[in-house]
Design a protein around this ligand. Structure first.
Ligand code: HEM
Length: 279
């Protein structure tokens, strides 16, 4: 279910933007191959200028998504449409800018712009990979449960564990208390990326309980119950940490995508300025 939701921005309205991008790519490729500029194809012919204006417009449109995302009035469905267009038109811009420059790339300001756009697009592809791999980031749910529900269940499990541990001796009680008070989700970047930290007090408590033996039916039943409660808690923590890890990876990814897209915008302005300055 979650995967379907996450795929929906790629499949938005029956892959509308994928179809548009592929159609535009085919038409422009045919135009590029059919057009004879009378000299080496480059950005300075009328054909090159046309593609330059379209590519620049597209880059501005792609960057506008950053503004759109933050607009209070943008609904979820509208943003999904924007993201879908963003992804497919973003890949298209790489090709259109190559048609613009006649595939001439070198070591100069103009090519720098193309490389910046390319790296922005590649980082964007990694972002899409993150979203498809971790659909919960988009849906805001963690395998059917919301974060509040998980946190509530976790504190209930802590209470249960402490109650069951009452009759099981001091050592177990200390370990269970540490599991209740010392278990953390998140913290440093390293912690946010760990799904099953070795030093997690709940994990250590479960290992301890499973390695303990008691005598008497009543105590054995209590120990088994305690183990079940801790197992459930460990499972919920794993879900929560998987979500935190995914959210962190996505955030880290945006640290590349946003600066690269700003770099591309600056290079675009410099490129346009240089072209008209040396007209
Ligand atoms: C020149 C090309 C591109 C530019 C200038 C650009 C720019 C941006 C900007 C400004 C944002 C908003 C970030 C934020 O404020 O949180 C964004 C988000 C995003 N971009 Fe791009 N982008 C480009 C190409 C691409 C491509 C080709 C893809 C995918 C193949 C892509 C995937 C994404 C994704 C997945 C997001 C995150 C959306 C979200 O978190 O809601 N981008 N991009």
């Amino acid at each position: 279910m979650e995967i379907k939701l996450s795929e929906s921005f790629l499949a938005y309205k029956g892959f509308k933007y994928l179809k548009i991008s592929v159609a535009v790519l085919i038409v422009t490729l045919i135009a590029y191959l059919a057009h004879d500029p009378g000299r080496t194809p480059n950005g300075g012919t009328w054909f090159g200028y046309t593609f330059g204006v379209i590519s620049a417009g597209l880059v501005l449109f792609l960057a506008w998504f950053g503004v759109k995302k933050r607009q209070y009035m943008s609904g979820v469905d509208l943003l999904k449409g924007w993201l879908s267009a963003h992804v497919y038109l973003g890949v298209l811009v790489i090709f259109l800018s190559l048609f613009h420059s006649g595939f001439q790339l070198g070591v100069n300001l103009h090519s720098l712009l193309w490389y910046l756009v390319l790296f922005t697009v590649l980082s964007g592809m990694y972002g899409v990979f993150c979203y498809v791999r971790y659909p919960s980031i988009l849906t805001g749910t963690r395998q059917g449960l919301t974060r509040t529900e998980i946190l509530l269940e976790l504190s209930e499990l802590d209470l249960q564990a402490r109650e069951v541990a009452m009759g099981l001796g001091d050592e177990i009680n200390t370990v269970i208390l540490r599991a209740a008070q010392g278990t953390q989700v998140g913290g440093s970047i390293r912690k946010m990326l760990e799904v099953e930290p070795k030093d997690c007090p709940t994990r250590l408590a479960l290992l301890f309980v499973d390695g303990t033996s008691v005598s008497g039916d009543e105590q054995e039943t209590a120990l088994r119950k305690l183990s079940a409660v801790l197992t459930r808690k460990a499972e919920l923590l794993r879900r929560l940490r998987t979500y935190v890890r995914a959210a962190t990876l996505v955030r880290l990814w945006l640290y590349f995508h946003i600066p690269l897209s700003i770099g591309a915008l600056v290079a675009l302005v410099a490129h346009v300025f240089a072209v008209f300055f040396y007209w």
